[in-house]
Design a protein around this ligand. Structure first.
Ligand SMILES: *Cc1c(COP(=O)(O)O)cnc(C)c1O
Length: 394
């Protein structure tokens, strides 16, 4: 499974995936697919990509034995430290890869959409380093909430474009970025931030993120974990760590956001509690009402606050290749505190969902070995979490 033969030629993972896009973008997506496949088969491109991962991103990320947490939970816990990457999360693995691809395609400009700003910052960072022009679409409301990330992108030389249409959040920013791309595709590459979107994005982002699992495989040596767990928003960090282990008998567990509780309807658990439909160019599990209207997601962590999920995860779920669980905002915040205090590692709130699942399942996992993908650091979330202690809503 570690080659790129899946998805099939039409970009499908079983009944999921595909390419649902405006006619004007179909040629660009075909061109992108051809360019990616050619680059990925070219040892010069691949070694250039690996050089950037090593010298700019700081890879390989360590595999860290979390002794304190292991003792507290009665499980042997190893942390794959994606939080130690440049810019503090796994997203940079993908933006550097797509940035290099844009250059190879002769496109001097990249665009991206961003919710809380993490993918925007990772895109802006890659653009600055690779000498690409960059514009990031961001909901006006999100810009207000995430002022620091806006300033960060601007410092990096990126133009942040406020989106006031709709609710002024991520979904609207995606639409605006798409509109830009339709008009600028000859000079511009659209950097999608997770394993979502029309073919070839889910394939391409998986290939750029699978370095996480490949390194892990080497770092484990003779150690055979029973479980690998990762949080799932769009699903890129989970895909990156799962993919090289698909043929193993390791239990692969993705953790979605149960938000304020599944029963309240305010959650982001597209796999566990969504239905199949087409969102942002691909067929996948998504949150929608009876009329097929997209249902707004909710999570305390911006990275998991998305009403869809990568189509390959949809396939994994139906094929029984991985399983998907969910934890609430409250459980995630508790795990955020636990890891900070016990390990000296402040995790991103997204990542805290994976830790929270471990905490809840600890009795069933007693004596087992578990690898957690520590997708990002939590500096960005400190203010929010501290503000919560007095929030009666949590
Ligand atoms: C964006 C983000 C996520 C969620 O995105 P995936 O594509 O599901 O990985 C998870 N963790 C962190 C730290 C993030 O920044």
């Amino acid at each position: 499974m570690s080659d790129t033969s899946f998805p099939d030629a039409t970009g499908r993972f079983g009944p999921f995936g595909g390419r649902y896009a405006p006619e004007t973008l179909m040629a660009a997506l075909a061109e992108l697919e051809a360019a990616f496949r050619q680059a990925w088969a070219d040892p010069v491109f691949v070694s250039e990509y690996h050089r950037w991962l090593r010298e700019f991103v700081g890879r390989p990320s360590p595999l860290y034995e979390a002794v304190g947490l292991s003792e507290a939970l009665g499980i042997r816990i190893l942390l794959k430290r994606e939080d130690l990457n440049h810019t503090g999360a796994h997203k940079i693995n993908n933006t550097v890869g797509q940035g290099l691809l844009a250059k190879r395609m002769g496109k001097p400009r990249i665009i991206a959409e961003t919710g809380a700003g993490q993918h925007g910052v990772a895109s802006a960072t890659a653009a600055a380093a690779l000498d690409l022009e960059c514009a990031v679409y961001m909901g006006a409301k999100d810009m207000e909430r995430q002022g620091l990330n806006v300033v960060r992108m601007q410092l990096l030389g990126t133009e942040v474009i406020p989106v006031t249409s709709g609710a002024g959040t991520l979904k609207d920013a995606v639409s605006e970025a798409m509109r830009d791309w339709v008009g600028s595709v000859a000079s511009t590459h659209y950097v999608i931030g997770s394993v979502v979107g029309p073919h070839p994005f889910p394939l391409m982002v998986r290939e750029f993120q699978k370095i996480i699992g490949e390194e892990l495989s080497e770092q484990l040596g003779d150690v055979k974990p029973d479980v690998i767990v990762a949080c799932v928003g769009g699903g890129s960090n989970a895909m990156g760590i799962f993919y090289p282990f698909l043929d193993s008998d390791i239990d692969l567990v993705g953790v979605e956001a149960a938000g304020k509780g599944i029963e309240t309807g305010k959650h982001g658990a597209s796999l566990g509690h969504g239905t199949p439909g087409v969102l942002h160019g691909a067929r996948t599990y998504m949150l929608q009402d009876d009329q097929g209207q997209v249902h707004e997601a909710h999570s305390i962590s911006a990275g998991l606050d998305y009403p869809g999920v990568g189509p390959e995860h949809a396939y994994f779920q139906d094929a029984g290749l991985a399983r998907y669980e969910s934890v609430t905002d409250r459980e995630a915040v508790e795990a955020f505190h636990l890891l900070s205090r016990i390990e000296g590692i402040i995790p991103a709130l997204e990542t805290a969902h994976a830790i929270a699942w471990l905490q809840r399942e600890a009795p069933a996992l007693a004596g087992k070995t578990v690898v957690v993908n520590l997708s990002g650091r939590g500096d960005k979330d400190v203010q929010e979490v501290v503000g919560l202690s007095s929030d009666p809503g949590l």
